[in-house]
Write a protein that binds this ligand. Sequence first.
Ligand code: AMP
Ligand code: ZN
Length: 488
Amino acid sequence: MQLKLYNSLTGEKEIFKPILEGNVGMYVCGPTVYSNVHLGNVRTFLSFDFIYRTLMHLGYKVRYVRNITDAGHLTDDGNVDNDRFVKQTRLEKLEPMEIVQKYTVDFHKVLEMFNLLPPNIEPTATGHIVEQIELTQKLIERGFAYESNGSVYFDVLEYNKRGLNYGELSKRNIEELFANTRDLDGQGEKKNPQDFALWKKASPAHIMRWNSPWGEGFPGWHLECTAMSTKYLGEKFDIHGGGMDLKFPHHECEIAQGKACNDTAPVNYWMHANMLTMNSQRMSKSTGNYILPMQLVTGENDFFEKPFHPSIVRFCFLQAHYRSVLDISNDAMIASEKGFIRLMEALKALNSVTPDNEKQSEFNLQEWKNKCYDALNDDFNSPILIAHLFEAVKYIFALNDGKETISAEDLEDLKSTLHAFIFDVLGLQNIEENNNEKLDQTLKVLIELRNQARKSKNFDLSDQIRDKLLAEGIELKDGRDGTTYVLN
Ligand code: AMP
Ligand code: ZN
C-alpha cells in the first residue's frame, strides 16, 4: 500500500515520496499569539496532528516543526499601525512579551486538552531575527530584494523576469495581481504594489523592534516561516501545511523566498486544511462568528445546548476529511457524542468476548484491516476510517450476542488494531477510563483525610466521611494494609 496525498501545488493526489526514505520533514504554520485561539484554529492544528500521528503509525520517522508567530507583523489591510500585537498591548496594558507568553500558554493548554501531540520543534519568530536578517541580506545580494526608506521589499517583477512563477500555488495570474492590489502599506516605497515586505522600518509607535543593517524595524511575516522551516528541515523538505486561507499570500511568498534564496522550490508537498464554519460562515475572530474551545467544553455559550468533552469535539472534527469544510452545529455534536459512546461501548464489550477457534466467521479481519489502511493511505481519509471502525463495532456487538465468532488469535489482533486506530491514530481518549481514574484519585484523598481525622481523634469527622460515602454507594473497608473502597 502506498501513501497518496493531495498536493495543493499540483492540484492532484500524488504518491508520497519522501526526500530521505522512511523520514518526513513537516512544517506547519503556527498561531499568531496575540489572542486566544478559537475553535477554527484548533481544527487546522488538529488536522495536522492527525496527519502527524498517521505518518508515524505508517512507520515514518517524522520531524514536525510548528512555529509560534510572536513578532508583530502587518495586518490584512497592510497598515503598520494596525499591528495586532501593538493593538493588544495597548488594550491589555501589557508588555508585548507578556501578551506573547499569555497566549502561548493558552494555546498549549487548549491543544493539550484536545490531546494534540507537541511538535518536535516549536521555534519562535522572535528567536530567529538574526536568521531573518541574513535571509533578507541574501535576497538583496541576489537582486531579488531592494531597500527603500528603511524597509526591504521582495521584488516580485524581478522574480518573474527570471522565469520564476509568482502565483503558482494560488494559481493567480501576475498581471491580474498587479491590477488588483491596493497599496496601503509602504505607499511610494515599493516599486510595485505586489512587492511584499521582508523587513519593515518601525514607526515610533511600534514597540517590537530590532536593530538591522537598515535601521530599527521588524521582520515581515512570510520571512519567518522560510527562516525557521529551512533552518530545521533543510532548503528543501517534504511537507508544508497550514489553513487554506494561508495559501495566498503567505505560502506563495514562502515559495518565492525559498526559490530566490536557494535556487530550489522549498517544499515538495503543500497541504492545506479546510475551514471550520459556524452558521455556515467561516469561524473568525474579526467577524465575531467564533466560539472559544473552553466555551464549548464548559457549556458557557448560547450556541450549543450542553457541554461536550474535548474527545467528542475531536471525534466530530475527524468525522470530516481535512480538505472538506466542516460546519459545526449542535446536531453534529450530539450525533458525534452518540457515535463516540457506541465506539467506547464496543471496546469495552470486546473484553468480555470468548474466542472460539472451531467456527468460521463471516467477518474477514485481514480484509477489514486492509480497508482501514487504504483509507489512511488515501490522503488521510479519517471519515472513511471511522466508517470502517463502525463495521467492527457491529461485529463486536454480534460477537457479544453470540451471533458471530472469532478465533483467539484474531481477537487479540482486533483488540490491538482497534486500540491503535482509536487512541494512537485518531488520538481519542476514553472518557470513562479518565473519569474512573479521577474518581480513584478523589477517593484516595478522602481516605487520607479520614485517616488524619482519626489520628487526631476527630472521630466525628472520620465517621462523617465514612457515612457520607456509604450513602453515595461507596463503602470503605479498613484492613491490615490500610483502607480500601468498594463501589456498590
Ligand atoms: P492565525 O493565528 O490567524 O495565523 O491562524 C492559525 C491557523 O488557524 C492558520 O493555519 C489558519 O489558517 C487557521 N484558521 C483560521 N481560521 C480558521 C477556521 N475558521 N477554520 C480552520 N482553520 C482556521
Ligand atoms: Zn507560516
